[in-house]
Ligand binder design. Structure first.
Ligand SMILES: *Cc1c(COP(=O)(O)O)cnc(C)c1O
Length: 341
């Protein structure tokens, strides 16, 4: 029995999902003639109460498109030092949009409205880049699956309005944040100019992401998606997985969160663990004590059929997901309890 805790992207489509995929109607989506893609886009736009949604092959392309819409070359965006858009999109911010990032260095990928205010370059001081966009991530990935305080998101929205900045949410795991705190998706739709969401993380789809936005940004997004090579043809087969997942795989995220909490409490008892970061959703980040090596921990578990990866600095990250079953969970808890370094 292999146990894979590297990421919630490792899931494979279930038989039910594949059957649903097989039963859908498709067309050429570049001509907007794929009924299943259209249905998915309409459904997600309604969930977030936003005017439009556009289907993309990856979350990276969705974020990059949003950044391209909101900025001009030479501009600067504000984000956390740990942000996905800054760290894990291949430098796309500069490659695609010619934009630099003003980084805020705070715990768990958060910042507050004052940090944003302090990061805005004075608009009439033409020596500095023009600040045009704020990006936040919910849940924070490198921040350990932490959920933003809604009131802080609203305060930042005010700062954005007052300073004519656009406001983008990287909501790759917004499903987890919503389930965790019982917040309706439309709440996020009210706050942000654009939102990206991923279907291929906790929801268990093989591929897919959507950009939520208004009508005007949608027209621009269709063009940018085409330029980036993301115009797909019979992508209804992929969209069908999304429709299936939205119906069946959102509320069950609670199970992933519960398992993550249980892993947290077992880890806390182990003698070679220095610190476990507070677990809020499905991501667990922990640190091995200085006198031991995380590589050894990974190696021991690997021999027992467990896949996990280090984050550097003697830290490790585990992510629970749809294909991490109760049987996997029981076995994993036993295996880590038995580890001796
Ligand atoms: C996974 C992820 C993305 C998008 O990644 P893709 O692999 O391109 O789909 C964007 N933001 C965050 C926070 C993520 O975790």
């Amino acid at each position: 029995m292999e146990i894979n805790l590297i990421s919630d992207t490792v899931t494979k489509p279930s038989l039910e999902m594949l059957n649903y995929m097989n039963s859908c109607n498709v067309g050429d989506d570049v001509f907007k003639e794929d009924p299943t893609v259209n249905a998915l886009e309409n459904k997600v736009a309604k969930m977030f109460k936003m005017e439009k949604a556009l289907f993309f092959p990856s979350g990276t392309m969705t974020n990059q498109t949003a950044i391209k819409i909101h900025t001009n070359p030479g501009d600067q965006l504000i984000c956390s030092k740990t942000a996905h858009v800054y760290n894990y999109e291949g430098g796309g911010v500069s490659f695609n949009s010619g934009v630099s990032c003003k980084l805020i260095n705070k715990e768990r990928g958060f910042f507050d409205s004052n940090d944003v205010l302090n990061s805005i370059n004075p608009p009439d001081f033409y020596h500095s880049p023009k600040t045009s966009l704020v990006c936040v991530e919910n849940t924070t990935n490198k921040g350990g699956g932490a959920c933003w305080d809604i009131n802080e998101l609203k305060k930042i929205q005010l700062v954005c309005k007052e300073n004519k900045l656009k406001y983008h949410l990287d909501g790759a795991r917004i499903w987890n944040a919503s389930v965790k705190n019982g917040i309706d998706f439309s709440f996020f739709g009210e706050i942000f100019d654009t939102i990206s969401v991923c279907l291929s993380k906790g929801l268990g789809c093989p591929v897919g992401s959507l950009l939520l936005c208004n009508e005007k940004d949608y027209n621009e997004a269709v063009r940018i998606r085409k330029i980036l090579g993301g115009g797909m043809r019979q992508s209804g087969y992929l969209a069908a997985c999304g429709l299936y997942a939205l119906e069946n795989n959102i509320s069950r995220l609670e199970e992933d969160h519960k398992k993550a909490k249980e892993i947290e409490s077992v880890l806390k008892k182990l003698y070679f663990i220095k610190k476990v970061e507070k677990v809020e959703t499905n991501i667990i980040i922990f640190e091995i004590s200085d006198q031991y090596r995380s590589e050894k921990f990974i190696e021991i578990l690997q021999k027992k059929g467990v896949k996990l990866i280090g984050m550097g600095d003697n830290k490790l990250r585990l992510v629970t997901h749809l294909d991490y079953s109760s049987a996997h969970h029981e076995k994993f808890l036993q295996l880590i309890s038995d580890v001796s370094l």
